[in-house]
Ligand binder design. Structure first.
Ligand SMILES: [Zn+2]
Ligand SMILES: [Zn+2]
Ligand SMILES: [Zn+2]
Length: 150
């Protein structure tokens, strides 16, 4: 995501978040919005502790509840390998498993188009007689900006 015009990116994310909440008839409350804005400062994964540090209200349940909400409505994804959160790049695609490319140096996360990889993985699992219950698609590596730097 190194080449995004991030101010536009943030504005668009906020607009989509409002639309998603309106469509689901759920409230985009002040705390939910604040956590969302903190997450969307850039494309780097943030832990709950990172987010809490930037919250004006430091009560942990406020941040955790907002994160839980944002995850449930599909506005953020939880990154298992970093125990962290990142904004969903495709919130209008409905509920989906994030297919994440994670830079281990700067923690920038890029999300692939929903289901682009998962369908093949799912088909292969069934073909060999496996019954998936939960899947995390997280590829670790270096983003283009970090690649080749000392
Ligand atoms: Zn951006
Ligand atoms: Zn997503
Ligand atoms: Zn990087």
């Amino acid at each position: 995501m190194g080449l995004c015009q991030h101010q536009d990116c943030q504005k668009e994310a906020l607009k989509l978040a409002e639309q998603v909440c309106a469509a689901l008839k759920v409230r985009f409350t002040e705390h939910r919005r604040r956590v969302f804005e903190i997450i969307w400062q850039n494309h780097k994964a943030l832990t709950a502790a990172d987010i809490m540090q930037e919250m004006e209200n430091k009560q942990p349940p406020i941040t955790y509840r907002a994160l839980e909400f944002l995850k449930d409505v599909g506005l953020v994804h939880y990154i298992v390998s970093l125990n962290a959160y990142v904004g969903c790049l495709h919130p209008k695609e409905g509920g989906h498993v994030g297919q994440m490319l994670i830079c281990t140096k700067c923690r920038t996360v890029t999300e692939l188009m929903p289901n682009s990889v998962l369908e093949g993985l799912d088909n292969e699992a069934h073909r060999v007689g496996f019954h998936p219950a939960q899947v995390h698609v997280e590829m670790l590596g270096l983003c283009d900006g970090c690649y080749g730097k000392a």
